[in-house]
Design a protein around this ligand. Sequence first.
Ligand code: GRG
Length: 313
Amino acid sequence: MSVQSRPIEPSPTAGRHADFAARLKSWQARIERELAARLPSVDAPPSRLHEAIRYSVLGGGKRVRPALVYATGAALGIDESKLDGAACAIELIHAYSLVHDDLPAMDNDDLRRGRPTCHKAFDEATAILVGDSLQVLAFEILANDPKLPKDANVRLELVRLLAVASGTSGMAGGQALDLAAIGRKLSLAEVEEMHGRKTGALIHACVAMAAACAPQLSETARRGLDEYARAIGLAFQIQDDLLDVEGDVAVIGKATGADRALDKPTYPSVTGIEASRKLMHDLHARALAALDHPELDAEPLAAMSDWLVLRKY
Ligand code: GRG
């Protein structure tokens, strides 16, 4: 079903956005519950590690990635309970990446989600172990979750998609490019490559993993979803770069100006603020156009894309 490219500033009273706001809230509450149920208890040893794990995962974050899994499920008519395992696995990989990214050896941040970072609240060794534990827990969930599709080929595909998105051709590789870029000038294509891996790969996995739970989906619908996911992955990162320049620290819950302080190439530093904003809006329009397929209910994914470019934190 077709969704037209819409104005970037929607009326706050627009029904579609009001519906989406309620849906998003319920997905955020759902993932909080599902994550809490899958994390180790602080009552079990090693309790300090378990406490640090729960501190790093629960009670914060926009939950963009799980919401995207559920929104893709809504576009494909998949029951939310069948996607909880995939949504949790992806959010755990994301949480691990934030804990490691904040370490002194990487971005050396003190504040995350409005609270001290894991290594500040606990210590560096614990933060390293938190990341390690969350990463393997993600794959354990894909192997064990009783409600994910029973078909072993589907499970294997979920593992493959998440591994590829997290590894050197995805997030970890993007992080390596990011660290290597400090103090260097990059071309726009190089910034796109870096962000496509560091952020875009996991965003893409959210859509692809939900779509993998619908094996009957046609190749053309899958390609549309793929294009949508690539476009919003980059749009999301551009907005993140813009918020680092223009955002309000009290609203976004982490330090702003961090990219400039670390002398990191970003979209605004390479192409300017206005050109970055235009590129983000073009990607948003491209994402919406990619949803025009009779097998897809475009509304939830279109609303997701609106949210990702309109967000203020
Ligand atoms: C350590 C392997 C490894 C990778 C780190 C995710 C990442 C790669 C670094 C975090 C720094 C950063 C700003 C990355 C860009 C991706 C991004 C926008 C992360 C923040 O995601 P949000 O906005 O965070 O979804 P919340 O807190 O809402 O979950």
